[in-house]
Design a binder for this molecule. Structure first.
Ligand code: 13P
Length: 309
């Protein structure tokens, strides 16, 4: 019954997409059926680049608010739709533009690097933006004698400190779906599958990352597994990633480090909501020019600096 229903919804989406000249972008954490119907899937960096390059008139962003905002900032002439307006990012909400302004006052000589998981207003207050795929390279591209404020994810910030040797001023933000993965989870799963390679997202806590073999963005995980000869991987990130990995590598085995690592906001998007989104052209994500122009400067740098792997 559900299968028949999905078939009907997929047909409807296909038709509406053609009528609206729309493209569907989906993050690697999206439910499998949405990853399957998307024109492009990827990590935050890959999707931002696609959003900037597409010649479609409408972008349906299957992800969370800051991702749709990023697409709207990079492609202001396009209509960007987020199928559920409540699909936010609690990490992005952990620092406000006002809090960042206060921090900048305390460190007036510092440059500001914000993680893409932040609001458009925070990006407008920042000098550079980065994703987890290129945070190290973005920081390395900055003058060595410059003090750097890094917001809002403390764990990605800590990873950048370790990789670059730079002393960043961190903000105490975190992703609830990643910090739920514990050191004990990794030890337990590793004990069961000692031959498996552990891949962790940089938003994981430091003890989890220390127990991992590879620290990678979601897009980097896909590229790593594609080249690897290993057959079994422990995945320390949001569990939607397992679907993307399995689809690309059907013969390999992927084990979630924790079944609790679920982002409820990512799962708010559904086939029905994509249909409604294209029918009613909602929810439009538009950023006021004053914020957009400033935020774009930080984002342009983000899409220019390519990751080493
Ligand atoms: P990636 O850019 O690695 O896909 O991560 C996105 C994200 O929001 C992680 O929580």
């Amino acid at each position: 019954m559900r299968c028949e229903m999905n078939g009907h919804l997929l047909e409807r989406i296909k038709k509406l997409k053609a009528e609206r000249n729309a493209v569907i972008l989906a993050h690697n954490y999206q439910p499998g059926e949405i990853q399957d119907l998307a024109d492009f899937t990827g990590d935050s960096l890959g999707l931002s680049i696609k959003a900037a390059q597409t010649d479609a008139e409408v972008i349906v962003f299957c992800g969370v608010q800051f991702m749709a905002e990023t697409a709207a900032i990079l492609s202001p002439e396009k209509i960007v739709l987020l199928p559920d307006k409540n699909a936010g990012c609690p990490l992005a909400d952990m620092v406000t533009a006002e809090q960042l302004r206060q921090l900048k006052q305390k460190h007036p000589d510092a440059l500001v690097v914000c993680y893409v998981n932040s609001s458009a207003e925070v990006k407008a207050e920042s000098d550079y933006c980065c994703t987890s795929a290129n945070a190290v390279e973005v920081v390395e591209s900055l003058p060595i004698d410059k003090k750097i404020i890094f917001v809002p994810d403390q764990h990605l910030g800590q990873f950048v400190i370790e990789k670059t040797g730079r002393n960043l001023v961190l903000w105490p933000g975190y992703c609830a779906s990643h910090v739920v993965i514990t050191e004990e989870d990794i030890k337990r799963v590793k004990a069961k599958y000692p031959d498996a390679i552990v891949m962790a997202h940089p938003e994981c806590t430091e003890p989890v990352k220390q127990l991992s073999d590879q620290i990678l963005s979601t897009g980097q995980m896909l590229r790593y597994v594609e080249k690897s000869t290993a057959k079994r991987f422990i995945v320390a990130t949001e569990t939607g990633m397992i679907y993307a990995l399995k689809k690309q590598n059907p013969e390999a085995e992927f084990i979630a480090a924790s079944d609790r690592a679920i982002c409820p906001n990512m799962k708010m998007i559904s086939l029905e909501k994509i249909v409604w989104s294209l029918e009613d052209m909602q929810y439009k994500v538009a950023i006021a020019d004053e914020i957009r122009i400033k935020a774009k400067k930080a984002l342009d740098r983000m899409v220019e600096v390519l990751p080493a792997k």
